[in-house]
Design a protein around this ligand. Structure first.
Ligand SMILES: *Cc1c(COP(=O)(O)O)cnc(C)c1O
Length: 231
């Protein structure tokens, strides 16, 4: 895809982003040069889902990019992204949260995270069930973590054409956000992010109060999974 098309795509998406919502441009599997194209148009938040690929891109791209980690994160990889990651959107266990706290402390940083909620019907997707998320918060260990900042909830809808199902799932995520906000973060202004919506469903997501939409294909085109860490 030519850069001109990417720029046009980016501006077309940005034109549909509501006030109070931010675009995470999901650049996984796309070369750094295409990220730079979006950067030159003013885009600053990019999403990646593989630690190594992110590291290579972080090394060569402008340092004021806000990188969001949106893939499944193994605990042994946290140390590599801890020095620079802006937000880890996919926290799905207390174990991972504790490792982020540990690495945050090591680098003297407070790392923003989202709790990844599993709501979609697919069995294979990662994330916490609502009950597991409640248990994690009720446990209270997170309150002692001064290098982790829990900023909200992330989720993915079922991969389906059924818009009503997608809408039901995002609505469920939004009311779960309200429940958690009320119970644990009532006076914490940092807890405000609702990350849902991808290329196929980000418009529905915004109707369901999303504050972060993670859009890849609609900006960069189809991903080529054969070139894993392309430049
Ligand atoms: C890849 C990915 C996206 C972007 O998906 P598109 O359909 O390409 O917009 C969004 N969120 C997560 C968690 C992803 O892994």
């Amino acid at each position: 895809m030519t850069h001109t098309v990417i720029q046009e795509n980016l501006h077309a998406i940005l034109a549909t982003i509501r006030q109070g919502c931010q675009l995470v441009a999901v650049s996984k599997y796309h070369p750094a040069s295409e990220i730079q194209e979006c950067y030159d148009q003013g885009q600053r938040i990019f999403g990646e889902s593989h630690e190594q690929e992110l590291r290579l891109k972080h090394d060569i791209l402008p340092k004021d990019i806000a990188w969001h980690f949106i893939g499944h994160l193994q605990t042994n990889k946290v140390k590599y992204i801890a020095p620079y990651i802006t937000m880890i959107e996919t926290v799905d266990s207390l174990k991972l949260l504790k490792e982020i706290e540990k690495q945050g402390a090591r680098h003297d940083r407070v790392i923003n995270v989202l709790l990844e909620l599993h709501i979609a019907q697919e069995e294979t997707k990662y994330g916490l069930s609502k009950d597991a998320c409640r248990a994690l918060l009720e446990g209270g260990e997170w309150r002692t973590m001064s290098h982790v900042r829990i900023c909200g909830i992330m989720t993915m809808a079922t991969n389906t054409e059924d818009e009503e199902l997608i809408r039901r799932e995002f609505t469920e995520a939004a009311s779960f956000f309200d429940e958690v906000k009320e119970k644990y973060f009532k006076d914490d202004d940092n807890f405000r992010e609702r990350s849902w919506g991808m290329s196929g469903d980000y418009l529905i997501a915004q109707e369901c109060r999303s504050t972060l939409v993670r859009v890849g294909t609609a900006i960069f085109g189809e991903r080529d999974y054969s070139s894993h860490t392309s430049q």
